[in-house]
Ligand binder design. Sequence first.
Ligand SMILES: Cc1ncc(C[n+]2csc(CCOP(=O)(O)OP(=O)(O)O)c2C)c(N)n1
Ligand SMILES: [Mg+2]
Length: 549
Amino acid sequence: MSVTVIEHLLNRVADLGIRHVFGVAGDYAFPIEDAVCARDDMTWVGSCNELNAAYSADGYARVNGVAAVSTTFGVGELSALNGVAGAFAERLPIVHIVGMPASSVLGSDKLVHHSLANGNFLAFYNAAADFTCARVILTPENCIQEVERAIHAMCAERRPIYFGVPSDIAGKPVVAAAPLILQPAQSCPDALGTVIARILASLEKSARSCVLPGILATRFGNQARVQDFLDRTALPHATMFADKSVVRETAPHYLGLYYGHLLHENIADFVEGCDLVLGIGMQQTDFNTGAFTAKLSEENLINIMPDHVVFGHEIINGVMMHDVLDGLCAQADTIRRFEGELPVQARPVAGNEPFISSATLYHDLQSLIRPGDIIAAETGNASMGMAEIRLPEDVSYHNQTLWGSIGWATPASFGMAMAASSRRVILVTGEGSHQLTAQELSQFGRFRKHPVVVVINNDGYLIERLLCKDGETYYNDLAQWRYHLLPAALGCDDWAVSTVSTREELEAAFAACNADTSRGHFIEVRMRRYDAAPVAMAMHDAVGTLYGN
Ligand SMILES: Cc1ncc(C[n+]2csc(CCOP(=O)(O)OP(=O)(O)O)c2C)c(N)n1
Ligand SMILES: [Mg+2]
């Protein structure tokens, strides 16, 4: 029997290593959902809403490398779009499969549900244009080649793609077509040789160099190469806000967080005092540069990007990051090892105070984290506090730094748990962010995952209180939920739940997490209203720089 359109698409999705499809069912999409459920190698994960499904796919892609989300026409896909756009910005490959009305309806003037009642059936497909690197409405004739074209674009760009599947088309047999032979982009040998020689010569000439490894190195599959290069050269290296856990944070030449001049002035002075700064997939965004206070002089900067290298003002195209890193690693032994003195990042220190404060919380959180953990830290004080802690080996840490859509972390952490069933997931979120997507906690219970959920309750949108004109304005206030009742209400019956405000209580809650990993743990941490992490305070002080006030 010949393969149907949806079977062909799902076969190729499975080939990519995707085992779960997040989404919300809908009548136009039934043929997609039925086809997923009919497979032994795939599980349908019914999310509470499509935004959460897209965030979960984002988390899944961070851990698994690639993910899938499926939604219904209009109402479903538009809800997912914020999450898809986030994945676009943060370079995460996600296959978005949308169930559309039958092809006889598309292009007609029929008044069908989920349509705009104006005959424009392409509005939602068009809305996806700027948030995907390829999109197509499948037909039996275009299926084989267009699926390949889109998957190729997704893998090359590490960005989402969109497949519209009209409900009558899904079950039609694909029409045979010559397979597209698409090769991954190759480095141009001459350009590659030039680039490697120039980087080595710059390192040779430099009196003091350092490396800024960035999140794009991880996204493009080069984390091990970067670590190998750093281990073999012992070059000092620091990370920016989005780049946490790209490198091993226990390495002797790892300096810590480079946050422009808002914090850790000694690290900024060291980095900016180098006559060569070698970025590897490094991005100078507002949050990475400490509100643009980082001052990296262009002529001292080389940045190895996914498919090009930037030397000051000059860009050399046609060189793939993995080839450049392989070339550098092959000659790593010729690079002079750094032997000078390194700056030390001031670390969270805690005195003996009994109550939890941001001075103690992030310090004490270090006792919770174990090698192998996966951490999702939400935008706000949570990620700003977590930015400064030093992670043990083999911990992967995730934050949606660039897109910064609050509510992301709760469903994303669930996606991470689905992608890595043997690893523990720790979610650290503010209570304001948690309110956007808290219902997705229920999926942890439903799929028998055992995360540690830390909800920091500081009575409102603290980061907004710090950044806006008058923090007391009531748009920063929240309804006070009884957070400790959430796990039970959401079907996470056997979870350990605690509300803590002293360090002794917190210590006991963390000890329980590590003593019993066979169930979920939910900890509400009560904090004072204006008790902010140092990074958040520094941002507060720099608000004028950031917004041009
Ligand atoms: C989807 C979305 N809406 C609004 C914002 C603006 N925003 C950024 S942080 C924040 C408040 C976060 O509050 P909470 O999670 O309680 O963290 P806190 O800073 O209080 O610790 C808001 C509303 C955003 N980033 N994303
Ligand atoms: Mg809050």
